[in-house]
Write a protein that binds this ligand. Structure first.
Ligand SMILES: Cc1ncc(COP(=O)(O)O)c(C=O)c1O
Length: 371
């Protein structure tokens, strides 16, 4: 009992002061801490498309309140979150599958729908690569189709390359932050053969505000081959907690669940995700802060003569007019961590949009190394 209350107080204090409290501890006070924990205050981490503002205060409270149920399996919490997500997305309870991050959803799709005998994976190049790796581990053929000149998915080519299996569409796309226009996506879904599964990854949905963008969740009811993935890692600031989900028709959810570990999402993540959905301010606040810091960063890069790919996400990609790898290294020397090399775009740098102050540090470090 004592241990629990002490731990809870410590945890609440840590979280109540914002994750920053944990981050500003001097490097010497940890023996072997992950770089970003050691770092903050010294290192600006703009490499993983995380949300620098952290979870909603309601999520933090829900986690501290859940300490006492940490001894229980998470079934009830699972159901509460599924009910909320079903309501939010206008679907039935049995059309939602939760995952240990949306990464688990992607893995389940690769396992369920690709493989030596089950079919090919078709994906864009460049795109978020996790599912490519999982499909090839399964023995599936992986076909990469370059993005178009406007950094959209080349959907007609992707469709003609598909042999049953799965087509992965990341919209907005990581690493380019670009979107695939809604009319093209709707047309592609309508034309897709029923034996080819379509996975649309909407991890960055909340950051997209273009009139040319829309979620395809409303199309799930008419398309048994459509799966839409979402995550709590981005706008909800829960990347370290691990919670994501997908929406699909019941038979698809059942097929995927058969490959899933039981109780894969932990009770803290479930409580935090549920509480986040009850916070009316968290999403609009996050969108506004991201948009302000993004506008600032793009403006500064344009002043320096660099062209950015139009961004509909919480990161940007821009042409740095020379090989990016030495620049990534040079930025690291300045304690600013940016995205890694994406081989299809060797002269482009991907930068996560952090807080405005972090973006000011990024801009001055970039000016220093690139000019
Ligand atoms: C497009 C995309 N999908 C999925 C993920 C995985 O997110 P998570 O497993 O944290 O939900 C990421 C992570 O950066 C991503 O960029």
């Amino acid at each position: 009992m004592n241990t629990i209350s002490i731990s809870r107080r410590d945890f609440a204090r840590l979280l109540g002061a914002g994750a920053a409290a944990a981050f500003v501890r001097p490097a010497g006070s940890f023996s072997k801490q992950p770089e970003h924990i050691l770092a903050t205050g010294q290192v600006v981490r703009l490499s993983a498309n995380e949300n620098p503002y952290g979870p909603s205060p309601k999520a933090l409270k829900a986690m501290t309140d859940s300490f006492t149920v940490a001894c229980r399996y998470p079934d009830e919490h699972n159901n509460v979150l599924i009910d909320k997500l079903a309501k939010l997305n206008g679907v039935d309870h049995n059309q939602i599958l939760l995952g240990d991050g949306s990464s688990e959803i992607l893995k389940l799709c690769a396992e369920t729908f690709t493989g030596r005998d089950r079919g090919t994976l078709v994906a864009a190049d460049p795109t978020f690569e996790a599912i490519l790796q999982q499909a090839s581990t399964n023995g599936a053929e992986v076909v990469k189709i370059p993005l178009t000149s406007t950094f959209a998915h080349d959907l007609p080519k992707m469709l003609s390359a598909a042999k049953a299996g799965l087509i992965y569409v990341c919209n907005p796309n990581n690493p380019t932050a670009s979107i695939t226009p809604k009319d093209e996506l709707r047309d592609f879904i309508a034309k897709s053969p029923p034996e080819t599964m379509l996975l649309v990854d909407e991890a960055y949905f909340h950051f997209a505000d273009s009139p040319n963008y829309e979620s395809v969740i409303p199309l799930v009811k008419d398309h048994p081959n459509l799966i839409v993935a979402r995550t709590f890692s981005k706008i909800y600031g829960m990347a370290g907690l691990r919670c994501g989900y997908c929406v699909a028709q019941k038979q698809t959810i059942d097929a995927m669940r058969a490959h899933q570990m039981w109780d894969s999402v932990n009770i803290m993540a479930l409580a935090a995700a549920s509480a986040s959905l009850d916070d009316p301010d968290h999403v609009p606040d996050g969108q506004r802060l991201n948009s302000e810091a993004k506008t600032f960063t793009i403006g500064e890069l344009h002043k320096l003569g660099y062209k950015t790919i139009p961004s509909q996400a919480n990161f940007i990609m821009f042409d740095c007019k020379r090989p990016v790898v030495p620049l990534i290294q040079a930025m690291k020397q300045q304690n600013v961590h940016v995205g890694r090399l994406f081989p299809a775009l060797p002269n482009h740098m991907r930068v996560t949009i952090g807080k405005k102050s972090e973006m000011e540090t990024f801009v001055s470090a970039f000016r220093e190394v690139a000019t």
